[in-house]
Ligand binder design. Structure first.
Ligand SMILES: [Zn+2]
Length: 310
Protein backbone atom coordinates (compact mmCIF):
# COMPACT_ATOMS: atom_id res chain seq x y z
CA UNK A 1 0.00 0.00 0.00
CA UNK A 2 1.20 3.46 -0.79
CA UNK A 3 2.34 5.46 2.23
CA UNK A 4 1.77 9.20 2.39
CA UNK A 5 5.47 10.04 2.34
CA UNK A 6 6.24 7.72 -0.58
CA UNK A 7 7.44 9.40 -3.73
CA UNK A 8 4.99 10.02 -6.52
CA UNK A 9 5.59 8.31 -9.87
CA UNK A 10 6.39 11.67 -11.45
CA UNK A 11 9.02 12.39 -8.76
CA UNK A 12 10.65 8.98 -9.28
CA UNK A 13 10.61 9.45 -13.02
CA UNK A 14 12.42 12.79 -12.78
CA UNK A 15 14.87 11.56 -10.13
CA UNK A 16 16.00 8.51 -12.08
CA UNK A 17 16.49 10.49 -15.26
CA UNK A 18 18.50 13.14 -13.42
CA UNK A 19 20.74 10.32 -12.18
CA UNK A 20 20.94 8.87 -15.73
CA UNK A 21 19.69 5.58 -14.20
CA UNK A 22 23.09 5.19 -12.56
CA UNK A 23 23.49 4.49 -8.83
CA UNK A 24 24.54 7.69 -6.99
CA UNK A 25 26.84 5.93 -4.52
CA UNK A 26 30.28 7.18 -5.71
CA UNK A 27 31.92 3.82 -5.06
CA UNK A 28 29.16 1.93 -6.88
CA UNK A 29 27.89 3.82 -9.97
CA UNK A 30 26.28 0.76 -11.58
CA UNK A 31 23.79 1.11 -14.41
CA UNK A 32 20.38 0.10 -13.04
CA UNK A 33 18.45 -0.49 -16.24
CA UNK A 34 18.55 -3.09 -19.02
CA UNK A 35 16.21 -4.26 -21.77
CA UNK A 36 14.69 -7.70 -21.24
CA UNK A 37 16.13 -10.20 -23.70
CA UNK A 38 12.93 -12.26 -23.82
CA UNK A 39 10.23 -9.61 -23.95
CA UNK A 40 10.91 -6.62 -26.17
CA UNK A 41 8.38 -4.57 -24.20
CA UNK A 42 9.98 -5.20 -20.82
CA UNK A 43 12.73 -3.60 -18.79
CA UNK A 44 14.91 -5.04 -16.03
CA UNK A 45 15.33 -2.38 -13.38
CA UNK A 46 17.36 -2.52 -10.18
CA UNK A 47 17.08 1.22 -9.47
CA UNK A 48 15.44 2.62 -6.34
CA UNK A 49 14.28 6.09 -5.32
CA UNK A 50 15.50 6.00 -1.72
CA UNK A 51 14.53 8.36 1.09
CA UNK A 52 17.34 10.54 2.43
CA UNK A 53 15.40 11.02 5.65
CA UNK A 54 12.93 8.25 6.37
CA UNK A 55 9.33 8.37 5.19
CA UNK A 56 8.07 7.33 8.61
CA UNK A 57 9.00 7.64 12.28
CA UNK A 58 11.60 5.11 13.47
CA UNK A 59 12.90 4.78 9.92
CA UNK A 60 16.58 5.51 9.05
CA UNK A 61 17.58 9.17 9.46
CA UNK A 62 13.99 10.17 10.31
CA UNK A 63 13.67 13.88 11.00
CA UNK A 64 10.48 14.93 12.78
CA UNK A 65 11.08 18.57 11.80
CA UNK A 66 10.59 17.82 8.13
CA UNK A 67 7.00 18.07 6.95
CA UNK A 68 5.21 15.18 5.34
CA UNK A 69 5.15 17.08 2.09
CA UNK A 70 8.92 17.61 2.13
CA UNK A 71 9.57 13.99 3.05
CA UNK A 72 7.94 12.90 -0.20
CA UNK A 73 9.53 15.65 -2.30
CA UNK A 74 12.33 15.08 -4.81
CA UNK A 75 14.70 16.98 -2.49
CA UNK A 76 14.45 14.09 -0.05
CA UNK A 77 15.13 11.43 -2.70
CA UNK A 78 18.36 9.87 -3.88
CA UNK A 79 18.62 7.45 -6.76
CA UNK A 80 20.47 4.23 -5.88
CA UNK A 81 20.77 0.64 -7.03
CA UNK A 82 18.80 -1.82 -4.89
CA UNK A 83 22.01 -3.02 -3.18
CA UNK A 84 23.03 0.47 -2.10
CA UNK A 85 19.46 1.36 -1.13
CA UNK A 86 19.47 -1.52 1.33
CA UNK A 87 23.05 -0.78 2.44
CA UNK A 88 22.32 2.81 3.54
CA UNK A 89 19.46 1.66 5.78
CA UNK A 90 21.41 -1.06 7.62
CA UNK A 91 21.56 -0.60 11.43
CA UNK A 92 18.97 2.13 11.23
CA UNK A 93 21.13 4.08 8.77
CA UNK A 94 23.87 5.03 11.29
CA UNK A 95 26.71 4.63 8.78
CA UNK A 96 25.12 6.87 6.16
CA UNK A 97 24.23 10.34 7.38
CA UNK A 98 21.76 12.70 5.76
CA UNK A 99 24.66 15.01 4.86
CA UNK A 100 26.62 12.19 3.23
CA UNK A 101 23.64 11.12 1.10
CA UNK A 102 22.95 14.71 0.08
CA UNK A 103 26.58 15.02 -0.96
CA UNK A 104 26.37 11.80 -2.99
CA UNK A 105 23.32 13.17 -4.77
CA UNK A 106 24.84 16.58 -5.56
CA UNK A 107 28.13 15.02 -6.72
CA UNK A 108 26.37 12.42 -8.82
CA UNK A 109 24.11 14.90 -10.59
CA UNK A 110 27.15 17.09 -11.25
CA UNK A 111 28.96 14.06 -12.67
CA UNK A 112 26.01 13.16 -14.92
CA UNK A 113 25.83 16.75 -16.15
CA UNK A 114 29.54 16.73 -16.98
CA UNK A 115 29.17 13.44 -18.84
CA UNK A 116 26.36 14.62 -21.12
CA UNK A 117 27.33 13.78 -24.70
CA UNK A 118 30.54 12.11 -23.48
CA UNK A 119 31.75 8.58 -23.84
CA UNK A 120 31.67 7.49 -20.22
CA UNK A 121 33.90 4.51 -20.89
CA UNK A 122 36.82 6.95 -21.29
CA UNK A 123 36.75 7.49 -17.57
CA UNK A 124 37.41 3.86 -16.84
CA UNK A 125 39.58 3.16 -19.87
CA UNK A 126 42.63 2.46 -17.78
CA UNK A 127 40.92 -0.21 -15.75
CA UNK A 128 39.44 -1.83 -18.84
CA UNK A 129 42.89 -1.81 -20.50
CA UNK A 130 44.09 -3.90 -17.61
CA UNK A 131 41.32 -6.41 -18.31
CA UNK A 132 42.42 -6.51 -21.95
CA UNK A 133 46.01 -7.17 -20.97
CA UNK A 134 44.95 -10.10 -18.78
CA UNK A 135 42.84 -11.55 -21.58
CA UNK A 136 45.57 -11.16 -24.17
CA UNK A 137 48.09 -12.92 -21.98
CA UNK A 138 45.73 -15.84 -21.54
CA UNK A 139 45.03 -15.97 -25.30
CA UNK A 140 48.72 -15.83 -26.28
CA UNK A 141 49.60 -18.58 -23.84
CA UNK A 142 46.79 -20.67 -25.23
CA UNK A 143 48.22 -20.43 -28.74
CA UNK A 144 51.71 -21.28 -27.59
CA UNK A 145 50.50 -24.33 -25.69
CA UNK A 146 48.11 -25.60 -28.34
CA UNK A 147 49.94 -24.87 -31.56
CA UNK A 148 53.61 -25.33 -30.67
CA UNK A 149 52.91 -28.81 -29.37
CA UNK A 150 51.21 -29.88 -32.60
CA UNK A 151 54.12 -29.01 -34.88
CA UNK A 152 56.40 -31.89 -35.96
CA UNK A 153 59.31 -32.10 -33.52
CA UNK A 154 61.82 -32.42 -36.36
CA UNK A 155 60.78 -29.14 -37.84
CA UNK A 156 62.90 -26.97 -35.57
CA UNK A 157 63.04 -24.10 -38.01
CA UNK A 158 59.28 -24.14 -38.49
CA UNK A 159 58.79 -24.14 -34.79
CA UNK A 160 61.16 -21.24 -34.36
CA UNK A 161 59.39 -19.25 -37.10
CA UNK A 162 56.10 -20.04 -35.47
CA UNK A 163 57.31 -18.83 -32.09
CA UNK A 164 58.76 -15.68 -33.58
CA UNK A 165 55.35 -15.03 -35.14
CA UNK A 166 53.64 -15.45 -31.80
CA UNK A 167 56.20 -13.30 -30.12
CA UNK A 168 55.70 -10.49 -32.64
CA UNK A 169 51.99 -10.66 -32.00
CA UNK A 170 52.58 -10.74 -28.28
CA UNK A 171 54.95 -7.81 -28.52
CA UNK A 172 52.32 -5.65 -30.17
CA UNK A 173 49.58 -6.80 -27.81
CA UNK A 174 51.60 -6.51 -24.66
CA UNK A 175 54.07 -3.78 -25.37
CA UNK A 176 55.72 -1.99 -22.48
CA UNK A 177 54.25 1.17 -23.98
CA UNK A 178 50.72 -0.20 -23.70
CA UNK A 179 50.97 -1.08 -20.05
CA UNK A 180 52.85 2.11 -19.29
CA UNK A 181 50.01 4.11 -20.85
CA UNK A 182 47.48 2.18 -18.85
CA UNK A 183 49.21 2.61 -15.52
CA UNK A 184 50.08 6.16 -16.42
CA UNK A 185 46.42 6.92 -17.11
CA UNK A 186 45.54 5.71 -13.64
CA UNK A 187 48.28 7.88 -12.19
CA UNK A 188 47.36 10.91 -14.27
CA UNK A 189 43.68 10.67 -13.31
CA UNK A 190 44.63 10.53 -9.71
CA UNK A 191 44.49 14.10 -8.46
CA UNK A 192 45.88 13.12 -5.08
CA UNK A 193 49.05 12.01 -6.82
CA UNK A 194 49.74 15.44 -8.27
CA UNK A 195 52.11 16.20 -5.42
CA UNK A 196 53.91 12.99 -6.16
CA UNK A 197 54.71 14.02 -9.69
CA UNK A 198 58.38 13.08 -9.31
CA UNK A 199 57.48 9.55 -8.51
CA UNK A 200 55.22 9.36 -11.54
CA UNK A 201 57.91 10.85 -13.81
CA UNK A 202 60.37 8.32 -12.49
CA UNK A 203 57.88 5.58 -13.28
CA UNK A 204 57.46 6.81 -16.86
CA UNK A 205 61.22 7.13 -17.34
CA UNK A 206 61.71 3.57 -16.17
CA UNK A 207 59.00 2.34 -18.50
CA UNK A 208 60.35 4.03 -21.61
CA UNK A 209 64.04 3.27 -21.05
CA UNK A 210 63.54 -0.45 -20.39
CA UNK A 211 66.38 -2.40 -21.98
CA UNK A 212 66.06 -5.93 -23.29
CA UNK A 213 68.74 -7.74 -21.37
CA UNK A 214 66.81 -10.56 -19.77
CA UNK A 215 67.60 -13.31 -17.30
CA UNK A 216 66.36 -16.87 -17.29
CA UNK A 217 63.26 -17.32 -15.20
CA UNK A 218 60.19 -19.36 -14.73
CA UNK A 219 57.48 -18.26 -17.16
CA UNK A 220 54.46 -19.74 -15.43
CA UNK A 221 55.42 -18.39 -12.05
CA UNK A 222 55.82 -14.84 -13.38
CA UNK A 223 52.67 -15.06 -15.45
CA UNK A 224 50.70 -15.94 -12.36
CA UNK A 225 52.31 -13.19 -10.33
CA UNK A 226 51.63 -10.62 -13.04
CA UNK A 227 47.95 -11.56 -13.41
CA UNK A 228 47.56 -11.51 -9.63
CA UNK A 229 49.12 -8.04 -9.45
CA UNK A 230 46.76 -6.75 -12.17
CA UNK A 231 43.73 -8.20 -10.39
CA UNK A 232 44.89 -6.63 -7.18
CA UNK A 233 45.39 -3.19 -8.78
CA UNK A 234 42.07 -3.40 -10.58
CA UNK A 235 40.28 -4.49 -7.43
CA UNK A 236 41.89 -1.74 -5.40
CA UNK A 237 40.91 1.00 -7.85
CA UNK A 238 37.37 -0.35 -8.20
CA UNK A 239 36.81 -0.72 -4.49
CA UNK A 240 38.56 2.31 -3.06
CA UNK A 241 38.37 4.97 -5.74
CA UNK A 242 35.94 6.53 -8.15
CA UNK A 243 36.35 8.71 -11.19
CA UNK A 244 35.07 12.23 -10.89
CA UNK A 245 35.04 15.14 -13.35
CA UNK A 246 37.38 17.44 -11.45
CA UNK A 247 37.70 20.40 -13.74
CA UNK A 248 35.15 21.44 -16.31
CA UNK A 249 36.53 23.70 -19.00
CA UNK A 250 34.74 26.40 -20.93
CA UNK A 251 34.55 24.30 -24.07
CA UNK A 252 32.67 21.65 -22.08
CA UNK A 253 35.64 19.31 -21.92
CA UNK A 254 36.62 18.05 -18.51
CA UNK A 255 39.42 16.50 -16.53
CA UNK A 256 38.58 13.27 -14.76
CA UNK A 257 40.26 12.57 -11.47
CA UNK A 258 40.47 9.51 -9.33
CA UNK A 259 39.24 10.06 -5.79
CA UNK A 260 39.29 7.83 -2.76
CA UNK A 261 35.78 6.69 -1.86
CA UNK A 262 35.84 8.19 1.62
CA UNK A 263 33.71 10.52 3.68
CA UNK A 264 36.01 13.49 3.21
CA UNK A 265 36.20 16.53 1.01
CA UNK A 266 38.59 17.18 -1.87
CA UNK A 267 41.29 18.48 0.46
CA UNK A 268 41.19 15.32 2.52
CA UNK A 269 39.50 16.91 5.52
CA UNK A 270 36.28 15.62 7.04
CA UNK A 271 35.76 12.52 9.11
CA UNK A 272 39.10 12.14 10.99
CA UNK A 273 39.01 8.37 10.63
CA UNK A 274 38.69 8.70 6.87
CA UNK A 275 41.41 11.35 6.72
CA UNK A 276 43.83 8.79 8.13
CA UNK A 277 42.70 6.28 5.53
CA UNK A 278 43.19 8.88 2.78
CA UNK A 279 46.97 8.78 3.13
CA UNK A 280 46.84 5.00 3.32
CA UNK A 281 44.92 4.86 0.05
CA UNK A 282 47.52 7.03 -1.68
CA UNK A 283 50.35 4.84 -0.47
CA UNK A 284 48.54 1.65 -1.34
CA UNK A 285 47.68 2.86 -4.85
CA UNK A 286 51.33 3.71 -5.49
CA UNK A 287 52.36 0.30 -4.22
CA UNK A 288 49.80 -1.44 -6.42
CA UNK A 289 50.98 0.41 -9.53
CA UNK A 290 54.63 -0.24 -8.77
CA UNK A 291 53.92 -3.87 -8.05
CA UNK A 292 52.00 -4.37 -11.32
CA UNK A 293 54.83 -2.79 -13.26
CA UNK A 294 57.50 -4.91 -11.55
CA UNK A 295 55.54 -8.10 -12.14
CA UNK A 296 54.99 -7.15 -15.77
CA UNK A 297 58.70 -6.56 -16.35
CA UNK A 298 59.57 -9.91 -14.83
CA UNK A 299 56.92 -11.66 -16.84
CA UNK A 300 58.10 -10.21 -20.15
CA UNK A 301 61.66 -11.13 -19.31
CA UNK A 302 60.56 -14.67 -18.66
CA UNK A 303 58.51 -14.79 -21.83
CA UNK A 304 61.31 -13.67 -24.09
CA UNK A 305 63.63 -16.14 -22.45
CA UNK A 306 61.15 -18.93 -22.93
CA UNK A 307 61.02 -18.25 -26.68
CA UNK A 308 64.79 -18.04 -26.96
CA UNK A 309 65.12 -21.54 -25.62
CA UNK A 310 63.85 -23.04 -28.88
ZN1 LIG B 1 24.79 1.08 -5.92
Amino acid sequence: MRREADFKAKTINTLQKRAAFICSNPSCKVLTLAPSEVDSHKIISIGVAAHITAAEENGPRFNKDISLENRSSIKNAIFLCSNCASLIDKNGGIDYSTDLLKKWKIDHEKWVRANLNKNISNSTQAVSNINNISNKIITSEYYIENYSGNLPLTSVERKRQHDIGIFSQLNSDLSEEFLKDTLDTISAYDAIMRNRINEVSDFIRKATSKDFDYLNSNLQKYKKEFLTSLDSLKGFVNTHFFFYPEEIYEDGDFQLSLYPALNIDRKGSGDPKDSVKYADYQMKLNEEIRNAWNCYSKYRDAYKNFLREF
